[in-house]
Design a binder for this molecule. Sequence first.
Ligand code: F6R
Length: 363
Amino acid sequence: EKGGYPHFMIKEIMEQPQALRDTLRGRIQGGRVEFSDVDLDCCLDGVEKVFIVACGTAYHAGVVGKHVIERLACLPVEVDIASEFRYRDVLWGDKSLLIVISQSGETADTLAALREAKKKGIRVLAVTNVVGSSVAREADRVIYTWAGPEIAVASTKAYSTQLLVMYLLGLYLAQKRGTLPEEVIASTVRELRGIADKVEAILEKAGAVEAIAEKYAATASTFFIGRGLDYAVALEGALKLKEISYVHAEAYAAGELKHGTLALIEKGVPVIAIVTQDELQDKMISNIKEVKARGAEVIGIAKEGLAGIEEETDELFVIPGEDSLLTPMLTVVPLQLFAYYMAVKRGCDVDKPRNLAKSVTVE
Ligand code: F6R
């Protein structure tokens, strides 16, 4: 059942190219995004504000979704954790859309947020991996991620496909709203088509990530830093590491370091720095210098061709060149692998981490 792999988690990490191809299928036509399987217009027409609500890893996909929809479709987006969102006084407005993201489609807090919106007459679009799940049944429209069954408690391929759906939706909204020139849409669509191959190329270098994990397996505490979309992925990388390897991991927006967290950086602390946002790379290099000056061991995840990064990092994992908007789909892969190999080397129960359940149906 694990297809020759020792754990479901690594099997599911390796299945990502296929999951991405399956999620893209039927949704691109002639250089444009078309959701041939679902009529989204009743959900999207006239929308002036978007809320994205989810938990855990799905929430992290929502953080990327906020950047993507704001940038591509020029729509304001609020993203929130379901267990926070449902208990605050949301200023809904009447031209709003709620997007809920849930792999299982059964997460109690996410479902409660959906029901609250429906009660208020707000349109709800669900992004889920499980056909016929509660979220799928109760939302106005559903975009399925076709990741296939995810067995490991730690979510990997579901997250990648959720990101892909965020890009497709961002582009679709841009087409509807006329916020992007045709050629930008066409070139972004072309890059999306090539993403699965790039993920595959990264997976072929899993051994390099394993060697890095070997070096840091005994570590007690780590930091993940990035800016913009790289920060969004840092959140996910840190969660993966905590949840399966029990190593303390904190994600930080790199610009926030000097507002407090820098005090925790001392000799030998691993700092995983993600550097793929073209317009923010100089700022990130300065942040890397800051932590290095305090003795941190820097593990860089950077886009190929980034000048000067080699000298600043102790370990470097290079991802293929890509539009800065789309790099989250690539940078998350070495972070998933890092968490996996750290957990294996620390003797943890990778697929069933302590205290956690795959589907959180209680509040
Ligand atoms: C982390 C993880 C969880 C889930 C969260 C939401 O690896 O799997 O954080 O992402 O419990 O679950 P769904 O997406 O099923 O609503």
